[in-house]
Design a protein around this ligand. Structure first.
Ligand code: IMP
Length: 429
């Protein structure tokens, strides 16, 4: 009864979607466990590029059942748009293939409006959220007044709940001097979503546990990354959920005994979107070189917001933090191809704080902004690596780079991606 977890080891955007797509070939169920449409998972198959925000990345596999778990916050308008665009590409998004936990919480236009209003009020201290209403929706959940997807099966209760929710949000919007929202219009909109989404509702915890008891493999798909975790990330510059391995258990209602593999996806360098400290951040020409120009879908511009990502050298202190917090059993290194052509590669092997070397990732941003990264320089490689499929196909320095990372993080690297296409994977380490 194995549960395999795929999660982000850095600040999100590690390429989890394509790894989930790859591992989904050996799974019966793929279940998203946290976050909402702040995520942007890209899966490239031939000429088709699937950009998924809410639907699990296993959806492209016809034999895999996809579940949006209880830990996810769901904007139904976005979910339906995504389902329609998948259906237009011939993907099966029927209730046999896609299920929505009754316990997942809903994001409403009022949550989206509050997210924007609160970011504007933060001014210089803005978190740089994706403005998708994620924080306000999780806040309502924690305050025990959220709207659960279950309401789609109870049209009358849904209408009352939406009215009450919008009235309360309007009080806050009024306080912030923002335009007020029309509760009746939102209730009518949600009645329409309920008609379409009610058939997808599932009692997800028994569904997933029964599958595990029957020996099926469940793949838990993370969103965002360890450093965006509400507790273990760079608080307050984090998201409002738990992208870490513990979040997978809570976000799906599965006990730790079922876990077989915890796969940490890590990019071969580091990126972050939004505000907050970033010890190994680069600027200037080198940053531009790693980021790309934005003309390719794989360049470092947000899948959800289009914002240019901040970029930096690979930081092993971050990856060791991810190993500890998540109990990683293995890692997947993505985008190794982007490093081709750089004469030398710096890798952050530790931090110095007030003249002392520290072996942990500080939990508060004030301390983190004072650390000095300590680098080791590794030789780069000139060759194009996009056609490599086995470690022996890689130039020696590229292989050494991967092995250096694995050794210094303390977990094996099983797969390395060398391009966006499904087959551009180096296996056999
Ligand atoms: P929120 O999740 O929209 O509230 O945004 C909080 C922080 O998390 C911001 O810095 C966002 O840029 C970041 N964030 C949220 N989702 C993602 C993601 O999928 N990839 C990278 N950063 C993200």
């Amino acid at each position: 009864m194995p549960l395999d977890i795929v999660l982000g080891s850095q600040w999100g955007d590690e390429g989890k979607g394509r790894i989930v797509d790859l591992l989904a070939a050996g799974a019966h169920i793929v279940a998203r466990y946290s976050g909402g449409d702040n995520a942007g998972h890209t899966v490239t198959i031939g000429d088709d590029i699937f950009r998924l925000h809410l639907v699990p990345s296993g959806i492209i596999h016809p034999d895999v059942t996809c579940v949006i778990g209880n830990g996810v916050v769901v904007n139904p308008a976005v979910l339906l748009r995504e389902m329609d665009s998948l259906a237009a590409k011939g993907v099966d998004v029927s209730p046999d293939h896609l299920k929505l936990s009754k316990q997942a919480h809903l994001i409403t236009p009022a949550h989206v409006a509050l997210d924007g209003a609160q970011e504007r009020r933060r001014g210089q201290e803005a978190i740089g959220t994706t403005l998708r209403g994620i924080g306000p929706a999780y806040r309502d959940k924690a305050a025990r007044k959220g709207l659960r997807a279950q309401l789609f099966a109870e049209p009358e209760t849904l209408a009352d709940a939406v009215h009450e929710h919008v009235a309360e949000c309007n009080e806050l919007l009024d306080l912030y001097g923002e335009p007020l929202l029309d509760a009746a219009a939102i209730a009518a909109e949600f009645a329409g979503y309920a008609r379409r989404l009610a058939p997808y509702l599932v009692e997800s915890t028994p569904f997933l546990n029964k599958a595990l008891e029957e020996g099926q493999t469940v793949l838990a798909e993370g969103a965002q990354g360890t450093l965006l975790d509400l507790d273990h990330g760079t608080y307050p510059f984090v998201t409002s959920s738990y992208p870490t391995a513990g979040g997978a258990l809570i976000g799906l209602g599965i006990g730790p005994g079922a876990v077989r593999r915890v796969v940490g996806a890590a990019k071969a360098f580091t990126t972050r979107v939004g505000g907050g400290p970033f010890p190994c951040e680069l600027s200037g020409e080198l940053a531009g070189r790693l980021r790309g120009t934005g003309e390719h879908p794989w360049d470092e511009f947000g899948t959800t917001t289009g914002r240019p990502r901040r970029v930096g050298w690979l930081d092993l202190t971050i990856l060791r933090h991810a190993r500890r917090v998540n109990g990683l059993t293995e890692m997947v290194l993505t985008k190794l191809d982007i490093l081709s052509g750089l004469p030398e590669l710096a890798v952050c092997v530790g931090y110095e704080l007030d003249g002392q070397r520290i072996d942990y990732f500080p939990s508060d941003v004030a301390t983190l902004s004072r650390v000095r990264p300590l680098y080791e320089t590794l030789p780069g490689w000139e060759e194009d690596v996009t056609n490599a499929r086995r470690p022996a196909d890689l130039p020696e320095n590229a292989r050494r780079y991967v092995e250096f990372v694995a050794r210094n993080v303390g977990v094996p690297i099983r797969l390395v991606s060398v391009g966006p296409a499904r087959e551009q994977i180096v296996e056999g380490w």
